[in-house]
Design a protein around this ligand. Structure first.
Ligand SMILES: *Cc1c(COP(=O)(O)O)cnc(C)c1O
Length: 242
């Protein structure tokens, strides 16, 4: 079922991304990375994604990522944590994920540094920015972005590869655009002002807003529902990892 679904959804999504690039005068549609967010979907969904050439899998929760990665050990997949990370789960997150997209504080970065040292690894991360300013959302306030990202990036154990942002749940295009613009501005300020910041990924855009995110400069989109369909019960708690 997932295989057939993706056979329809993936070409459509790629076309939408290409259209958004064309509208924005971007020539890099083929370089836009699709993260297949599989939270709330079973291992079969990831197998289908792999069969269709997708290689980057996003999960919101550490336990769910661990479980699926264990089941798919032999597949050449890259696992990204996209949900909030609690400090007491950092060790497990390092074992289960290749990239942590949701590093949102110096405190969390210090914990990652500590655990990374124990295993002698450098950890790839994105800095999560709270571009919508909603009190319920995680992320670094954009006005603190430069200061906090330079604090995070000067830790040798962490390699900051870009910025991640989430838009509020709205269809209001003006609101979405202004949030994505704030995230992009933060990305550019870090690129220009933080020497250790590697400006590779601007991760923004989900099922309901990815075309706008691409128009506003996203280099990475995180798609769940648009690829796999609606989630079951277990995927409905969104970004919280508990
Ligand atoms: C669930 C989730 C997604 C994917 O959401 P869809 O709307 O299903 O595409 C992307 N990013 C994060 C951080 C998520 O938690």
């Amino acid at each position: 079922m997932y295989f057939e679904r993706l056979a329809r959804s993936l070409p459509e999504l790629r076309q939408e991304i290409a259209g958004a690039c064309a509208r924005a005068g971007r020539a890099d549609a083929d370089d836009i990375v699709i993260v297949a967010v599989a939270k709330g979907h079973p291992v079969e969904a990831i197998l289908a994604a792999h069969a269709h050439g997708l290689r980057i899998i996003g999960e919101s929760r550490v336990a769910e990522g661990e479980e699926k990665r264990r089941a798919l050990e032999h597949f050449p997949l890259q696992w990204h944590l996209v949900g909030h990370l609690q400090r007491n789960k950092v060790r497990r997150a390092l074992a289960a994920f290749h990239l942590l997209q949701s590093v949102d504080s110096v405190r969390l970065a210090k914990e990652i540094e500590k655990e990374a040292a124990k295993i002698g690894r450098r950890v790839d991360v994105l800095a999560e920015v709270n571009a919508s300013g909603e009190a319920t959302k995680f992320g670094i306030p954009p006005e603190d972005g430069l200061r906090v990202v330079s604090e995070i990036a000067r830790r040798d154990a962490l390699r900051v590869l870009g910025v991640m942002a989430m838009a509020p749940l709205t269809r209001d295009e003006r609101v979405l655009r202004s949030v994505f613009r704030k995230a992009r501005e933060c990305f550019e300020r870090c690129r220009d002002g933080v020497p250790a910041f590697e400006a590779r990924h601007l991760s923004m855009g989900m099922t309901n807003d990815y075309t706008i995110a691409v128009e506003e400069g996203a280099t990475m989109v995180r798609l769940g529902t648009a690829l796999f369909g609606e989630r079951g019960e277990r995927g409905e708690r969104g970004e919280h990892d508990d």
